[in-house]
Design a binder for this molecule. Sequence first.
Ligand code: SF4
Length: 509
Amino acid sequence: MFRPSTRHNIPSSSSNPALEVKVNKRQSGVGSGSGPSGRYPYRLNFYERPPTLDITLEEFETFAIARLRVLSQIEALSHRSLPFAQLQSAITNYTKQHLLLSSNTARNVNLDEERRRDEIGHWVLRLSFCRSPDLRARFIRSEIALFRNRFETDDINERAQFLRSLEFDWQLVDEGEKSRYEKELRACMWEKKDDAFRAESWFKVPWFTVPDLVGSRRVFIRAGMAHVPQSLQISLVLQAFASRLEKALELTAKNLPRLDEDDRLGPVIDHLASSFLSGVASSDYQSPDSTTAQGIVTAEMVDDVARKHFPPCMRNLYGRLKGDHHLKHFGRLQLGLFLKGIGLPLDEAVVFWRRMYGSTMSDDKFNKEYKYNIRHSYGQEGKRSNYPPKSCQQILTQNQPGTQDAHGCPFRHFSPDNLSSFLTMTYPQIDKSSSEMRDILDSVKSTHYHVACTRVFELTHGIKKGEGLGDNESVAHPNKWTDRSRELEREVLEKIKSKEDDDTMMVDP
Ligand code: SF4
């Protein structure tokens, strides 16, 4: 199924449609002109032809991660009960940034390259998501939502050409049949005017291929065939997309063991699936220039910033540190890197940790055993690597905490009872028996930890449900929570100040 190779230009010999990508060490690229090539004539894609082109190992991973981010964001958005229009616009905005796919009419764009990235990302993710029925279902749901968004935002002519290329065997309902069953067909239409009925055309498909339309009684069924109006064509297309993808994933799963032959790709593929489960979207964190964006945080300020701006995982760690004057290794690492990310400089970090350990530790022990580690995490010792703060995905999936540990994510690592007690104690805005708490616990139960965390952010910052960190973004990094929270506070303070200035001007003679 998947035959990675470091050789160039090896012809494909496999007839397996699952995937055949030859992984090359060299950099590869397809097409540099602005028009689409014969391989990618349309923006939309049913991904039926496996790519048989050369790709580098780096592309294999980066294209898959780019798509994974989008799918993960779509999954998070769809669990946040947004109105349909808001959901679609959030998906459109997000894909524009992370997986842009332009129409043929777009100018100054390398269409082939965009479509190639899109295609390879999709096929690599099939390898990651074919492994279990649950993963397959989640992948298909997110892929359908992505396809639907692209379908609805596509150029009308291009979309029509794409649909013709699929050669669906839908039967057109002829005028005779249309007038014979006019009453039944009209009953399925929202628009009751005569003109609308005359303008509408209908397709016949086996009823079981459009269960959503049958369930919502929007089609007329006769002799086992559902009569679907053109205006509901999208249901037919999505159904076809889903069922073909489902079959392809099952086929890929059967062939997957052959991938074990390659020890370079196995870990990448495992990692992709676990990243999806923990919500990889926007997990890259670029620490802002603290001195200009948020200002430096001193050891003195940490307590106040924690109370107002720390996400649950860091509130938990900080609370344990304050209470016990001690944290185990992974807890120190998680909190220490986070503090660095919010703008605590090295000298202030040393002061902070020294104070927190207090009299439980001698100066000598602190200097010998702990100061080195603090300096190390700031890139001042050892390999001098400047370690970034940990993302939610890393916190959720790496170094699982034991019973005595404080690191990890409360949404994933606390029992439901402990979680609801912790949240009500930490954030008085959330009532234990409220419907919001039930929402949060439901998200946790279905393993959408970042959705639960985003809801807590909204509730504790007076933000409308669905808006998340802004522009519908979900929490995928603890530092993003804190940055956004401080930003919101700054905006409020600026508003108050400008109102005070206005009031002063009005009073002044
Ligand atoms: S989802 Fe992320 S930010 Fe929220 S508590 Fe868990 S690890 Fe922390």
